[in-house]
Design a protein around this ligand. Structure first.
Ligand SMILES: Cc1ncc(COP(=O)(O)O)c(C=O)c1O
Length: 410
């Protein structure tokens, strides 16, 4: 019997940093009757356009037009009509590009993995917000970087000095500019410009993760960092931003269709990573996604916005009604998440155990979203799944447990 313990000598060292997503592990435990879950940050399945996908798959498989090609191997770069649709979609956001600037990936998650693979040597520095998207940390961790923080005191001089002190250099600035997972925060225009200034001074790339950008409920759209970058340098080919997009939050996460948009010289290398990983994304899924995007994208986005706006409002109103002293929370303009800072002394993990056991309500403790595992008194609440009535009930229950968990003051 070979030694398959976690410390087995034949395991590559980097595998020690591949840990299970606490969120995915947590979701397994949430199959309890009556549980109100604010845990899973997943789209509401009631929004999936089943008829449109049914028709799109039938047409991809049928004749004329569709047929065996939908079941065949296809180009690593992705299905050309889909890349053309995405290039137009990007242009509407101010990112002028050609289909050749688009690589189709298996969800934007795969784009993050390829970016890590292509740019990160062990010990390189990735600058991120803290908290940040856990899946990005998981994707990058395989390539053994160290992390530093964007925002707060993170000036260029300090970031560079910190990196140098570790014999490192800053390679990537990873940002989720719109309604971030987990914080719900949006970077304003000047922070986006500042990110570009910093990346220019540090000589690093920006990874712009736009997973939630379509889901805005109030206010005006802000230009993507990729568009601001292009305005500065004149052309996408000169830019330093890799934009990771996805259909997961708008049309369907299960088909696993996302994209990376960037300069061709970088896309070419990412395409080599795609070839090595899985040759190409599933042909028929790309064909079906193209068909549904072409006919249904705007309507689906409008429906999703209306549905989630109502739920976000219900959650914010319930928090205002039931919160205890010492609780603070974000007021996101879009996305799926509200981020809560708990009163001093309340630990998000311990609270989760009590909340599930005593009140049948769940959420994600915030610690996992911090590269340095701080944020003990933070939690992430998602409003995508429960209806407004259940949100009100769940927040009332949650606040009751928080009150019960407050340390007794002397
Ligand atoms: C910020 C962020 N980026 C990327 C992803 C990955 O999405 P997908 O791979 O489904 O496109 C997620 C999923 O939750 C996310 O929250």
């Amino acid at each position: 019997m070979p030694d398959i313990s976690p410390t087995a000598p034949w395991l590559a060292q980097r595998s020690s940093r591949m840990t299970a997503s606490e969120i995915r592990e947590l979701l397994k435990l949430l199959d309890r009757p009556g549980l109100i879950s604010f845990a899973g940050g997943i789209p509401n399945p009631a929004l999936f356009d089943m008829n449109a996908f049914h028709r799109a798959y039938a047409s991809a498989l049928g004749q004329p037009g569709g047929g065996p090609a939908s079941l065949q191997y296809s180009a690593s770069e992705g299905y050309m009509p889909l890349r053309m649709w995405i290039a137009d979609h990007m242009a509407a956001k101010g990112v002028r590009c050609e289909p050749e600037n688009i690589l189709i990936t298996c969800g934007s998650q795969q784009g993050l993995d390829f970016i890590g693979k292509l740019f990160l040597d062990p010990g390189d520095t990735v600058v991120t917000a803290a908290p940040t998207y856990l899946g990005a940390l998981q994707a990058f961790n395989t390539y053994e970087p160290r992390y530093d923080t964007f925002g707060g005191n993170g000036t260029v001089g300090l970031l560079r000095a910190n990196a140098e002190a570790h014999g490192s250099r800053v390679k990537l600035l990873y940002l989720v500019p719109d309604f971030a997972n987990p914080s719900g925060a949006t970077l304003d225009l000047s922070s986006r410009e500042r990110a570009l200034d910093m990346a220019g001074e540090l000589g690093c790339l920006i990874v712009e993760d736009a997973a939630y950008t379509a889901l805005r409920y109030d206010g005006e759209d802000l230009p993507p960092i990729a568009a601001l970058d292009q305005r500065r340098c004149g052309s996408i080919e000169e830019s330093r931003t890799l934009y990771c997009g996805t259909f997961s939050k708008t049309l369907s996460p299960g088909l696993r269709v996302g994209w990376v948009c960037g300069p061709k010289h970088l896309l070419h290398r990412l395409t080599l990573a795609k070839q090595a990983a899985d040759l190409h994304s599933a042909t028929i899924n790309q064909i079906a996604m193209h068909e549904v995007a072409l006919t249904r994208f705007d309507d689906q986005v409008a429906m999703a916005r209306a549905c989630y706006r109502e739920r976000r409002d219900a959650m914010l109103a319930a928090l205002a009604r039931h919160a205890t002293d010492g609780m603070e929370w974000t007021k996101p303009e879009g996305g799926l998440f509200v981020w809560v800072t708990l009163p001093d002394g309340v630990d998000g993990r311990r609270l989760l155990e009590r909340a599930v056991a005593e009140e049948n309500v769940a959420f994600v403790p915030g610690q996992a979203f911090f590269p340095d595992r701080s944020g003990i008194n933070t939690i992430r609440l998602s409003f995508s799944l429960p209806d407004p009535h259940r949100i009100e009930e769940g927040i009332a229950r949650l606040c009751k447990v928080i009150r019960a968990d407050l340390p007794t003051r002397q």
